[in-house]
Design a protein. Structure first.
Length: 288
């Protein structure tokens, strides 16, 4: 049995957050997107105001569908206002455990007791967060892939604390959004897709860091020999070099294993704030 979800709040209006918000609005949910950074929030609102007319122009949406979706999404810096009547909250903030724990403790105090609290984290399992709430049974991972408006797969992860009702509700929300949810019956670091991608990315970075080949040629080899839609370095640029850095550092701090430290080139680009598409430069340049 699952719960009916009508109102969704997305916390974090960055690249993942604003796309999840718009996806939910297009799927018929009433959505509030919130962020503490007003500039990021304004950028998210501009994205919605640009994306919807573009979809109409391409014949992917009707005028009425676009107007309806836009009417269902709002943007605010007021976390309490955004979450106080939400049925489901999806957290999409920075990939740092302490930040997520503080946020979930805050959400637990604000949200109605029946509200499901989900993290979009791509690596941090919800059992590392659930204990700061009074509702661990309503805490889970709902991991969308970037770009959330396009990528079909969503990983739903059932922690040992997560109820069957919460899992079924999460799966149904994903189905309603037109996604293909895959269910992990137990927690594991990196889930399914990122465990596989991490192995590929780690080897690609090793080949580059040791001077075996350029990042361009490594990408060419993976695309043309393995049939991947993009190479590992273009993918790192897409998801964000800052994300790669933070995820590696979290893992290293957790395990103490030097093998989990970020690659030298990832550290170099993180320090330079060459974080990929979001900054206009990563391994490749995206400046116009």
């Amino acid at each position: 049995m699952s719960r009916e979800i009508k109102k969704i709040c997305v916390v974090g209006a960055g690249n993942m957050g604003h796309q999840i918000s718009l996806l939910a609005a297009l799927s018929g949910y009433d959505v509030t997107c919130t962020d503490i950074d007003r500039e990021i929030l304004q950028k998210a609102e501009r994205f919605a105001d640009t994306y919807l007319p573009e979809r109409v122009a391409k014949g992917k949406l009707t005028e009425d569908q676009a107007k309806a979706a836009r009417s269902r999404i709002s943007f605010t810096t007021d976390l309490e206002q955004a979450t106080r009547d939400a049925d489901l909250v999806i957290e999409a903030v920075i990939e740092k455990l302490e930040v997520k724990r503080r946020l979930f403790a805050q959400l637990d105090k604000i949200c109605p007791p029946e509200t499901i609290l989900a993290t979009n984290s791509s690596y941090i399992v919800s059992s590392k967060i659930a204990d700061v709430t009074s509702r661990p049974d309503k805490v889970c991972n709902i991991h969308f892939f970037n770009p959330a408006l396009v990528m079909k797969t969503v990983e739903v992860v059932k922690g040992p604390h997560t109820s069957e009702e919460t899992v079924q509700t999460a799966m149904e929300v994903c189905h309603k959004m037109g996604k293909i949810p895959v269910l992990l019956h137990k927690e594991i670091y990196g889930f399914i897709v990122n465990r596989i991608l991490t192995a590929i990315r780690k080897e690609a970075l090793y080949l580059y860091d040791t001077g075996v080949a350029s990042y361009e040629d490594i990408d060419k080899a993976v695309v043309h020999a393995l049939g991947h839609p993009m190479g590992p370095f273009k993918l790192i640029d897409l998801t964000g070099i800052d994300l790669s850095y933070h995820v590696s550092m979290e893992r290293y701090q957790e395990t103490g294993d030097p093998a989990h430290k970020p690659s030298p080139i990832i550290v170099e680009k993180y320090v330079k704030k060459e974080w990929g598409r979001k900054t206009g430069k990563g391994f490749y340049s995206y400046c116009t």
